[in-house]
Design a binder for this molecule. Structure first.
Ligand code: MRU
Length: 374
């Protein structure tokens, strides 16, 4: 995606020194565009946990690069056996996996790296080469899958546009499932960018998404950079807009979707799906196949829901006098709870938009697109 006319991914390897991984530090957006360099697995773990990077796809891609950094930092001058290397990789992988429990892409990327390194022979340099290539492959695939999600999702938007005789299609989205949540394009936003680029008139309602405000800060910023008309709304507004015919469809992302179609996503998604269902508004979730959990059947019972520090609810961040500041919202002594994700049951989801096409949010629909997972 372009930032002030220059193409960026959200993560990349430094061209001059491939031991350095560079990320856009999203904590500073939309007010400052900051690039951070990561050189150790501990720095990568902090970047994921403290949300310098966030969003399921990007968390996965960052973990992929993190495992490369981990193996590349093992001393090449002293002998280290293949078994010792793999023991260290499992330890480093566990450290990364512990950072954020809900996004399944994280464990998927770590496990993919461990399997690739285990199969690469005992030699350290061979394992480093394989880990580097696997990190690049994970990032490239993520970008390619999101681009294809856009190609499939745009057909749905185009049909709604035709029914409306070319009038603006109003799409509501929650949190940030944009290119900042992936390596490029985004999942929920990919069909929006594709529609906008095709000349289909769209307008996006952007839920602010308390407590971290990923919608207000990140989705609004990236839609603006691409010239997509949008309006930021408080989290509670969507139901009202739907009752008044101002939402034609909802598209969200997901951090973990069961093979039966239950969608785990940013807290508040479930309430939007209930309101959409009550008002006959189609509710779609867009995801690459790396976000399916092929082992989980019941989202409400099985998907681990991250609980983050209460400070994120009690404080709010913004720009004041040219400086990014945090201010206290709540009474000093009021406790707060910070549930980061919820589950939208499959029955409330109109369809899943994947890199292979659109399917029903059901075991049959999903396994119909991914028969090799049966
Ligand atoms: O807590 P975050 O910012 O990592 O949560 C992001 C979301 O909930 C996105 O909607 C989700 O990751 C799906 S798109 C990658």
């Amino acid at each position: 995606m372009n930032v002030d006319g220059k193409h960026f991914r959200t993560i990349w390897m430094n061209e001059a020194d491939e031991s350095i991984i560079e990320i856009i530090d999203q904590r500073h957006l939309p007010h400052e565009f900051v690039i951070e360099q990561l050189t150790t697995v501990d720095q990568v773990a902090v970047a994921i946990k403290d949300m310098h990077v966030r969003g399921a796809g990007l968390i996965g891609a960052t973990a992929g690069y993190g495992m490369y950094v981990a193996v590349a930092s093992l001393a090449p001058d002293s002998y280290i056996s293949g078994d010792e290397i793999m023991r260290q990789m499992v330890t480093d992988g566990e450290k990364l996996k512990a950072t954020r429990p809900t996004a399944v892409n994280l464990q998927w990327a770590v496990e993919r790296q461990i399997a690739a390194m285990a199969a690469a022979g005992d030699d350290l340099s061979a394992k480093i080469a394989v880990a580097k290539q696997t990190a690049i492959d994970i990032a490239d695939e993520d970008s390619d899958w999101c681009r294809r999600i856009g190609e499939h999702g745009v057909d749905i938007i185009e049909k709604i546009s035709q029914v409306k005789n070319g009038e603006t299609v109003n799409i509501l989205t929650h949190c940030n499932a944009g290119w900042l949540a992936f390596v490029d394009y985004g999942s929920a936003t990919a069909p929006m960018y594709a529609a906008h680029d095709k000349g289909i008139k769209i307008h996006v309602w952007v839920d602010e998404t308390r407590p971290r405000n990923q919608g207000a800060r990140l989705t609004a910023w990236e839609l603006g950079q691409h010239g997509v008309p949008h309006t930021v709304i408080a989290d509670n507004v969507g139901g009202h807009l739907m009752q008044h015919g101002q939402v034609d469809m909802v598209i969200t992302g997901t951090d973990r979707t069961t093979y039966t179609g239950d969608v785990g996503n940013k807290i508040g998604t479930y309430l939007k799906a209930l309101a959409a269902n009550d008002n006959g508004v189609p509710f779609y979730t867009a995801l690459p196949s790396s976000t399916f959990d092929w082992t989980m059947r019941d989202g409400v019972k099985e998907v681990p829901i991250e609980q983050r520090d209460a400070t994120e609810v009690r404080m709010i961040q913004g720009l004041h006098d040219g400086e990014i500041k945090q201010v206290l919202l709540t009474p000093q002594d009021s406790p707060a709870a910070n549930y980061a994700f919820d589950i939208t049951p499959a029955r409330l989801v109109t369809g899943l938009i994947t890199e292979r096409g659109v399917c029903d949010a059901s075991e049959e629909g999903i396994l119909g697109l991914y028969p090799e997972k049966k």
